[in-house]
Write a protein that binds this ligand. Structure first.
Ligand code: CP
Ligand code: NVA
Length: 309
């Protein structure tokens, strides 16, 4: 009987395969309870602070609604309003907020800021996206794959595009659960070598196969899941034009999908730039599960909060 109570949720890499499995199962159970109208006030009387240094639709709504459904309360803390935005340190912010809150979710640029917050705060810190990782996304994504494909082990997931935060968390998620993850990125935009090395080490234990290639057709060939994300992430707005040139071959469209398994599903963490990394026909087509995937953020976040808080 594993307990995750009190743990930070900063990277999938920090958890054992059994702990990740517990999160996925808890998420699927909480989804069923919600759909059946069975109350589950697991966090009654608890509060979550949510610090957003970047925009968000899904993450914010999923944490706020999720906390409400768990019987607790969530506060949206915009850097425009809190003193962190005027230069109060992460340390002092942590030492104050831990006196009042039961957990903090933070979305920010630098991953080190999240580590620093976790270092100083004694309450659980949940990573709601950094430039390096997007772990809550991938818990929901793995729930979505289980729902559509039955399991994770041996599933071939092809990620096509920028070797970014989402790609990194998919590599960690795949490594822990025994998926085959192949990332196709243009030269110079591959996933971080350090992340890949850590994920490869995790993969030894599960038999997951992880690869980085340049050719998107090679990556999607026989894939069960084709995944993409924006070419320019939040904070990279000034690179967008250059990246559009470099990523032209990496659009997930019907031609590219013709190389995947006939039954392959298409995923995107959203928000999407339609007509850039994904065509309308694919995003709105029968293989797309992007809105199931978005919904599962709610259930995944509830599982993470219920387990660590
Ligand atoms: N996928 C995701 O994290 O979406 P938001 O940026 O809207 O939260
Ligand atoms: N890679 C994207 C994900 C958004 C949810 C970004 O960081 O902007």
């Amino acid at each position: 009987n594993q307990s995750l109570k009190g743990r930070d949720f900063i990277s999938i890499h920090d958890f054992t395969a059994a702990e990740i499995d517990l999160m996925l199962k808890t998420g699927l159970q909480l989804k069923k309870a919600q759909q059946q109208g069975i109350p589950h006030p697991i966090l009654k009387g608890k509060t979550l602070g949510m610090i957003f240094q970047k925009s968000s639709t899904r993450t914010r709504v999923a944490f706020e609604v999720g906390m409400y459904q768990l019987g607790g309360h969530a506060l949206f803390l915009s850097p425009r309003d809190i003193q962190l935005g005027r230069g109060e340190t992460i340390q002092d912010t942590a030492l104050v907020l831990e006196r009042m809150l039961d957990g903090i979710m933070i979305r920010t640029f630098s991953h080190d800021e999240v580590l620093e917050l976790a270092h100083f705060a004694s309450i659980p810190i949940i990573n709601g996206l950094t430039d390096l990782l997007h772990p809550t996304q991938v818990i929901g994504d793995m729930m979505t794959i289980i729902e559509h494909k039955g399991s994770l082990k041996g599933i071939k997931l092809a990620y096509v595009g920028d070797g970014n935060n989402v790609a990194h968390s998919l590599l960690f998620g795949g490594a822990k659960t025994g998926m085959d993850v192949v990332v196709a990125s243009p030269l110079g935009y591959e996933p971080d070598a350090n992340i890949l090395r850590k994920a490869q080490a995790d993969a030894q234990a599960t038999g997951a196969k992880l690869r980085v290639v340049e050719d998107p057709v090679e990556a999607v060939s026989q894939a069960d899941v084709v995944y993409t994300d924006v070419w320019a992430s939040m904070g990279q707005e000034n690179e967008a034009d250059q990246k559009e040139q470099n990523f032209l071959k990496y659009q997930v469209n019907q031609e590219l999908m013709s190389h995947a398994h006939k039954e392959a599903i298409v995923m995107h963490c959203l928000p999407a730039k339609r007509g850039k990394e994904i065509s309308d026909a694919v995003m709105d087509g029968p293989q797309s599960v992007v809105f199931d995937e978005a919904e599962n953020r709610l259930h995944a976040h509830k599982a993470i909060m219920a387990l660590v808080m």
